[in-house]
Design a protein around this ligand. Structure first.
Ligand code: ZN
Ligand code: ZN
Length: 685
């Protein structure tokens, strides 16, 4: 029934009437041959559904990691959503068409998936006995799963990479072909391609035509899309090899997963590896050891952090700042226990909605107890302990509270993913009329935290519920709508750009997440401000209003560091261990030139300490340069060197981190300068 002529709507609003069967490439060529050459795929959106569906095609690339799902590679597409197709796809109905060039956020995915086909082509040419699994694009590159009895060696990987370059040089077209499902299954079964048989069985239905892509002699079960030819894969690298059981089951054969990455240019590829190298240099686990900040102890268990003296001093500075700032902003400090009877968690709903994230119960003589995964119910008990009137609201309770959450063993990562951590947690109980101003104040506070600790840029997300997933959310539709709307209002009123993420809310209410951007441009989820109408209802919280009647308060949960441990990890990486003066564990290193100057060293040390500065003297009988080097290796902000000359004039020779020898300065002047930098939380020296 297809029409002879179809309408193709272009992004500039133009509509082209073309014969059915025309390809995006032909349309691109008719616009400009240069555009055609720059295009790598096309995005189609059905004309009727186009207006609303365009937004959600790209994720921010943070959370999905390597888990590109099989289903998204093979499953039938949602007809209303925009879909990427090959430039050679015949268009057979009215559609909106966007040509996808290298700059398009989806382009890299297409390139990388095509690179995975190039990888598989190379592997089969070198090792024809290999069986193919699947080969998706990931956020950082691509991989392909292979089954081969003999493990690949590093030499094999080098040979594979060289062979890939040949496949690219051959510039083979990626051609889509279809075959009846039954025929495809028969062929795969005959050839012992157990993984392909599995995927075709799982992701197609009897009677389907199965989609394949061919380049040269290589053919793969795949829905595409692909770049036009292998020659478009310009800058790639095979990066690593890992083992994985087929379908994650250790009874199954072990697969070999080869990872690689690809970019549109050599320059981008080089930048990618330079970034990785820089990230490795800043790895907080490495620096944590090198600077003696913290450890994780096998004997104690995974995901539990030991703060060493130098890390603990930084933590103290962070916590002091946070507590002072809370008091200044009208919070009250509280302390609460680490465990509570299971009844409390039943009342709060954690037992039902959050149990999988909690440590298992411990049985004592009077009841079952559970470690706290959140501080909220404890703050609620403090609120509930005495009658409240509208004059007491907002009541803002803050605590640096230790919480414990169950993370599967093997998933922990330094300070970033742990089983025990400290939240800078606060709960604000207020009247519904106060909610927007309280949330706004939390956002201001969060901005102050990020600015003070040296982060310039952040991104904001509003996480809302998924109304179709009632099982994971407590509360009524009206409440959820009201809550989401008030958070929305606050962000709009403050003129903050944000992205709405449906289905990411906490079980008790929607939330605003603030992700900071570190010096390498990486996003970190730290601050969160959450609205909650559920816990006040569950605990039957009340206040007496101006009208003399009893009302239910609403609640805001907020954590700004988020987790003190995680924030510390991010700080270490952001500063590469070279902390600003106010945070540095040892702010000043003293280097007396010889033993003769130890008495002067004691005097200098005493004066610096009296000024509230953290100082360490290297009194060892070592060469001056060795002492300077050791302080420099610890990234000490200032190193003061002194001998006869300095002693006689009451001065010190100042070496500033990153700037070198600054010459002599009267000690009093140095102290005044250092005190000023600490007082203003300066990130400069
Ligand atoms: Zn494919
Ligand atoms: Zn809470």
């Amino acid at each position: 029934m297809s029409k002879n002529m179809i309408d193709v709507h272009l992004p500039d609003g133009a509509i082209r009437e073309v014969p059915s069967g025309t390809t995006p490439l032909e349309i691109a060529n008719s616009i400009s041959p240069r555009l055609a050459a720059a295009s790598i795929a096309a995005r189609l959106t059905s004309v009727s559904a186009a207006t609303s569906a365009v937004q959600n095609s790209v994720s921010d690339g943070q959370s999905h990691g390597e888990s590109a799902s099989e289903a998204s590679m093979y499953a039938a597409e949602d007809s209303a959503a925009p879909r990427l197709v090959d430039l050679s796809t015949p268009l057979t109905s009215d559609t909106r068409l966007e040509l996808v060039t290298e700059k398009d956020p989806d382009a890299l995915k297409v390139l990388r998936h095509s690179s995975a086909h190039v990888l598989a082509t190379a592997v089969l040419e070198l090792f024809p006995e290999t069986k193919l699994g699947h080969g998706p694009a990931t956020d950082s590159g691509f991989f392909y799963d292979f089954y081969r009895e003999k493990p690949f060696t590093p030499e094999d990987l080098a040979a594979i990479e060289a062979k890939m370059a040949e496949v690219v040089a051959r510039d083979e077209l990626f051609v889509r072909e279809f075959e009846p499902r039954e025929q495809a299954l028969a062929e795969f079964t005959r050839d012992g391609d157990f993984m392909k048989t599995h995927f075709v069985t799982k992701f197609t239905a009897p009677g389907d035509q199965v989609s394949f892509y061919r380049n040269g002699k290589f053919i793969d079960f795949c829905r595409g899309p692909h770049v036009p030819s292998t020659g478009r894969v310009k800058a790639f690298k095979v990066t690593s090899l890992a083992g994985a059981y087929w379908l994650g089951d250790e009874k199954n054969p072990q697969l070999q997963r080869i990872y690689g990455t690809a970019f549109f240019s050599k320059k981008e590829l080089d930048e990618h590896f330079a970034r990785l190298e820089e990230a490795a240099r800043r790895d907080h686990r490495v620096l944590g050891k090198q600077l003696d900040l913290f450890s994780i102890q096998d004997l104690a268990g995974a995901g539990l952090i030991f703060w060493h003296p130098k890390g603990a001093i930084i933590r103290k500075v962070m916590e002091d700042w946070m507590r002072d700032e809370c008091l200044r902003r009208g919070y009250q400090l509280v302390y609460t226990p680490h465990v509570a009877r299971i009844n409390l968690w039943q009342t709060s709903g954690h037992e039902g909605f959050y149990a999988a994230n909690m440590f298992t119960p411990m049985e004592l003589d009077d009841a079952l107890y559970r470690l706290k995964p959140m501080n909220c119910p404890f703050h609620i008990l403090i609120y509930k302990n005495s009658p409240k009137s509208y004059r007491d609201l907002p009541a803002r309770y803050a605590e640096l509270g230790n919480v414990y959450r169950y993370e599967r063993s093997g998933t922990m990562h330094g300070l970033l993913r742990v089983r025990g951590f400290t939240q800078d947690d606060a709960h604000i109980f207020c009247m519904p009329s106060q909610i927007e101003s309280e949330v706004a104040a939390c956002i201001d506070f969060a901005e102050e935290v990020l600015k003070t600790f040296g982060f310039q840029e952040f991104k904001v997300e509003l996480s809302t519920w998924d109304p179709n997933d009632r099982a994971h959310y407590a509360g009524s539709d009206e409440n959820w709508d009201l809550a989401s709307r008030s958070l929305d209002n606050v962000l709009k009123a403050k003129g903050i750009q944000y992205k709405t993420i449906p289905g990411e809310a906490a079980f008790y209410g929607p939330k605003i997440d603030i992700k900071l951007v570190d010096v390498l441009g990486r996003l970190w989820q730290l601050s969160t401000v959450q609205f909650d109408f559920n816990l006040p209802a569950r605990f039957e919280l009340e206040y007496v209003g101006e009208d003399g009647e009893r009302h239910q308060p609403v609640m805001v949960h907020r954590a700004l560091f988020g987790s003190v441990e995680r924030f510390f990890g991010v700080l270490i990486e952001h500063y590469a261990g070279a902390f600003p003066l106010w945070l540095a564990p040892v702010q000043i290193g003293l280097v007396p030139i010889s033993e003769k100057h130890l008495a002067y060293a004691q005097k200098v040390e005493a004066e610096l300490k009296a000024a509230g500065l953290r100082v360490e003297t290297d009194a060892r009988n070592e060469k001056m340069n060795a002492k300077i080097r050791d302080f420099a290796n610890q990234k000490t902000p200032y190193i003061l060197v002194f001998g006869d000359k300095e002693e006689s004039s009451g001065s010190v020779s100042v070496r500033t981190r990153g700037k070198g020898d600054q010459g002599a300065m009267p000690l009093a002047d140095f102290i005044a300068k250092a005190k000023e930098l600490v007082a203003t939380q300066s990130t400069e020296l």
